[in-house]
Design a protein around this ligand. Structure first.
Ligand code: S3P
Length: 453
């Protein structure tokens, strides 16, 4: 088990380029693997989660040709050759690791295949509810078998001839929306998902990118079955959910400034910027270009943060950023309230309980609710032993909290960070450079190099 030790920050890097967006990388691998031909994916996130998806598509007939690696991060550019959406039965069960996106989105694709597949995951994934995808996929005609009432992994999916449905999401979940839309690609006619609250729209955008026709009418999103994605090269932007850690580190540091380069700025994901602006941070973002997904550089200037209320329709837009926004709340003046965020209880771990417990260990007063928490800001943080529950975002949020604490913050089991942010520790090392610019672990100059050279 790896341990990450963090002390009070000493220096501030001028800029950081975060690795590729996790949600978009999953979808890029899936659509490239279902397309008819060769797609070059650039800016891919080679985290454990996304590699599970890539390997699954490979196991089901896609050919993957590694093209470029980034030191300290991994494979960031590859060509994926697909042979259409009717995949080959994999030789054995598919390992989804820690990844909810892999298992839930693949469930949609597998519902449309004419074979049976098994999918399994780690201890955390095996506790998460898959009933939310099993229910609509069963309505469409697939057989989804899982464990217990929550239909947990391991899952066994027997694809069927599917029928189109109109399905209203019972919870705000982009993964469920995407699973139904993906299955809809295999059903004749029009499959519709109604989302009462908007969630991230990467599946819709990537369908357009790969020439798959879909339609939005108000909050109803429809796809037509029987389409083959057209192989089209794709460049994945940096992940705003990874950038969020550095955004908070800068926002809470009066007089400091940082620029985060090439960050995805899809409006269904930029809620973290709006929350930090509300808390008093100065943020400017420049959209540099938009190849399928908006992206740009974001500059944050730190100041005194004020408490805020985060809730309602804003929640799906900041769902993955709530642990680090809770840390921002602890560093702000006043009481920050997070509400309507019950979904946090069924993430990689119960993130409400994990955040509350670890903030308390660092000296913060927190009141926990079923759907959120109230954080009393302004306490002097002290170092503590952090329990991550093998959740990458808990580990990184508390590494950032450690930058503001007296003494040492010890994050046990920090290897879980590789789930979404390989290279995080190298980027964190830039906050500990001494007067001569040396960092405790090497700061990498990240120039992609062709694989095998
Ligand atoms: C994701 C959707 C969200 C998010 C997850 C990635 C996606 O999950 O928390 O990290 O890529 O669609 P839910 O759909 O469960 O809210």
């Amino acid at each position: 088990m790896a341990t990450l030790k963090v002390r009070k920050l000493k220096s501030f890097p001028a800029e950081i380029s975060v690795p590729g967006d996790k949600s978009i990388s999953h979808r890029a691998a899936m659509f490239a693997g279902m397309a008819d031909g060769r797609t070059v994916i650039e800016g891919f996130l080679p985290s454990e989660d996304c590699l599970c998806t890539l390997k699954a598509m490979e196991a089901m007939g896609a050919e993957v040709e590694p093209l470029e690696e980034l030191e300290g991060v991994g494979l960031v550019k590859m060509a994926v050759t697909g042979h259409g959406p009717r995949l080959k039965a994999p030789a054995g069960p598919i390992d989804c690791g820690n990844s909810g996106t892999t298992i839930r989105l693949l469930s949609g694709i597998l519902a449309g295949q004419d074979f049976t597949t098994e999918m399994f995951g780690d201890a955390s994934l095996s506790k998460r509810p898959m009933k939310r995808v099993a229910d609509p996929l069963a309505l469409m005609g697939a057989r989804v078998e899982g464990q217990g009432e929550k239909i947990c992994a391991p899952l066994k999916i027997t694809g069927g001839p599917l029928q189109p449905v109109t399905y209203t999401l019972p919870m705000a979940s982009a993964q469920v929306k995407s699973a139904v839309l993906l299955a809809g690609m295999f059903a004749p006619g029009k499959t519709t998902v109604i989302e009462p609250v908007a969630t991230r729209n990467h599946t819709e955008r990537i369908m357009s990118h790969f020439g798959v026709k879909w339609l939005r009418e108000g909050n109803a999103i429809s796809v037509y079955g029987g389409q083959t994605p057209r192989a089209t090269d794709i460049v994945v932007p940096g992940d705003i959910s990874s950038a969020a850690f550095w955004m908070v580190a800068a926002a809470a540091s009066p007089g400091q400034q940082i620029t985060l380069k090439n960050v995805g700025l899809n409006p269904t994901r930029t809620g973290v910027i709006n929350v930090l602006l509300r808390m008093g941070a100065q943020i400017t973002s420049f959209e540099t270009d938009s190849r399928g997904e908006p992206r740009g550089n974001v500059t944050i200037t730190g100041g005194e943060l004020n408490a805020t209320v985060i809730g309602g329709a804003e929640i799906p837009n900041v769902i993955d950023e709530l642990p680090i926004l809770a840390v921002a709340g602890a560093l702000a003046r006043g009481n920050t309230l997070i509400k309507d965020a019950r979904e946090l209880r069924v993430k990689e771990t119960d993130r409400i309980a994990a955040v509350a417990e670890n903030l308390r260990r660092m000296g913060v007063t927190v009141t926990e609710f079923e759907d959120g928490m109230e954080i009393v800001g302004g306490a002097r943080l002290h170092g503590a032993e952090i329990t991550t529950y093998h959740d990458h975002r808990i580990a990184m949020a508390f590494a950032i909290a450690g930058l503001f604490a007296e003494g040492e913050t010890v994050i046990e089991g920090s290897e879980c960070i590789n789930t979404s942010y390989p290279g995080f520790e190298h980027d964190l090392a830039m906050f500990f450079r001494n007067e001569t610019g040396e960092a405790p672990i090497p700061v990498l100059t990240r120039v992609p190099r062709p694989v095998g050279k």
